[in-house]
Design a protein around this ligand. Structure first.
Ligand SMILES: *Cc1c(COP(=O)(O)O)cnc(C)c1O
Length: 357
């Protein structure tokens, strides 16, 4: 059994990993760039914003906030009045893991959870049918008026919407006069998995606002809120400031994005994390007692394990969550997960499964 080390790599979350070298170098370069204007008027913020526009091949508006909860909450608030509602999946981070942030920052816009029994829904995806159902079942003034559809790419279950699936949801949204929000905390992993141009699965598919995550992919902190529909960002700067999300030393949030986007580091990091999830899946899917809950597409593997095996792995010092989203054990790989870590975990799992069997 692997000895417990408190600094060893883990599978609990991709936010346990540190800063990738490219982002760190930019952070150091930004620190060496003397005095710079505050609140985003610096050269680094200009540069990273231009790079995001180039990346998406469109003239989008870009804002930086400290974390994903703020990005989602403020983006949704910018699209909603308090009497509006946001349609999302029952496992959406905005529904289950943001402590009511989206409702709070929108002054009460309600989240409407789209439930159905379709195969796509079991993979953590919102479906066009679920959206249509929620929009059409009530239209009276006693029901919070649907205004936004929010999808998570990659999903909370480590699956990925195809371009066609995003288009189909956006098509229903447009027909029903809803805006489309994408929670892209793991957008990089989704793009790496799909192997498409990032524009194809966002604005070209009908996405109005993307919360582009970087933290889980190797940034120190900070997510970019990307408005493809620029009308929606009219007062966003004030919203960010009021929410306490405007960094005065903005360059230290934006500069790491420069290192991340330069030379497609963001995609390389995500491809690596995805490949480690595939390696893990390969190593453990056939072990006795292991049931893979759905095929991994991004950087996580969800498995059902015998209770005794879970206890022994935890006792051996392995950290992972057991109750995220659809349940089961979530094994999450990061940009820096080493193949040796995957192999060591798989060997320990094989050991405890043999014991449990
Ligand atoms: C991690 C995550 C976020 C952002 O979480 P913060 O802890 O607020 O940065 C948002 N959405 C999803 C799907 C996530 O996994």
């Amino acid at each position: 059994m692997t000895p417990v080390q408190n600094d060893r790599q883990q599978f609990a979350s991709d936010n346990l990993a540190g800063i990738c070298p490219e982002a760190l170098q930019s952070l150091l370069d930004a620190n060496a760039s003397g005095h710079q204007p505050a609140y985003g008027d610096d050269v680094w913020t200009q540069k990273s914003t231009d790079m995001i526009r180039e990346l998406f091949q469109t003239d989008c508006d870009v804002y930086y906030v400290f974390n994903g909860t703020a990005a989602n909450s403020l983006a949704l608030a910018s699209m909603c009045q308090s009497y509006h509602s946001v349609i999302c999946s029952p496992v959406a981070h905005i529904e289950t893991d943001e402590c009511g942030g989206p409702e709070f920052f929108s002054n009460g816009s309600k989240l409407l959870v789209g439930e159905d029994e379709s195969p796509a829904a079991r993979l953590g995806k919102l479906t066009p049918d679920a959206v249509e159902h929620l929009v059409t079942k009530r239209r009276d003034i006693h029901y919070p008026k649907p205004k936004v559809v929010s999808i998570t790419q990659a999903t909370e279950l480590g699956t990925v919407y195809t371009v066609e699936e995003v288009r189909a949801i956006a098509a229903i949204a447009k027909r029903r006069h809803l805006k489309v929000h994408m929670d892209g905390a793991r957008f990089a992993n989704a793009v790496a998995a799909l192997d498409v141009h990032p524009s194809e699965v966002t604005w070209r598919a009908g996405v109005d606002v993307l919360c582009f995550g970087g933290t889980k992919n190797g940034l120190p902190m900070g997510e970019a809120v990307v408005f493809f529909d620029r009308e929606l960002s009219a007062d966003f700067a004030w919203r960010v400031k009021q929410a306490g999300q405007l960094a005065s030393k903005m360059r230290f949030i934006s500069a790491p994005w420069v290192g991340m986007l330069d030379g497609d580091t963001w995609l390389r990091n995500a491809r690596h994390a995805n490949a480690m999830a595939q390696r893990l899946h390969q190593a453990i899917h056939a072990l006795p007692g292991v049931r893979v809950l759905h095929p991994p597409q991004a950087n996580s593997v969800f498995v059902q394990l015998p209770a005794a095996a879970i206890a022994r792995l935890h006792a051996a010092g392995w950290l992972f969550y057991e109750f995220i989203a659809g349940g089961g054990c979530r094994l999450m790989c990061a940009w820096d997960t080493q193949p040796e870590t995957v192999d060591a975990f798989a060997a320990d799992l094989a050991g405890v499964c043999a014991q449990a069997a």
